[in-house]
Unconditional design. Sequence first.
Length: 149
Amino acid sequence: APENVATAEPPPDPVTLEGSETVLLVEDQAEVREVARQVLRRYGYHVLVASNAGEALLHCERHPLPIQVLLTDVVMPQMNGRDLALRLAPLRPDMRVIYMSGYTDNGVVEHALLEPGVAFVQKPIVPEQLARKVRAVLDGPGRLEPRDA
């Protein structure tokens, strides 16, 4: 096995990582955006894609159905991910937020871009880690109402 692959994790259980919820993906870099979109779709999620805060705002205003998760880059032109999440909160109060960054978890907090303890995914994206984080955020305690079966 390659040395850089962690072997401590249990084998993936695809059933628990899949979902049908809607994710609003906001990422200004096309390659990263496409990788994240493909990963989320592969796990069954409906993905709304935005390359900037303005597009994300339009999705939130126009999408007729709930958007369960905002998956946003932290550092973007125009408006950073944290400010975007704050801006979208009144429009989508039940939407949970996951941040992505090339900085480490601690680096983002140190740069005062995010509060400690927020949901975070490190870039470059590792598909299974992204799927696990989205599922954990959706299934965890929070403001999300129980959805109808």
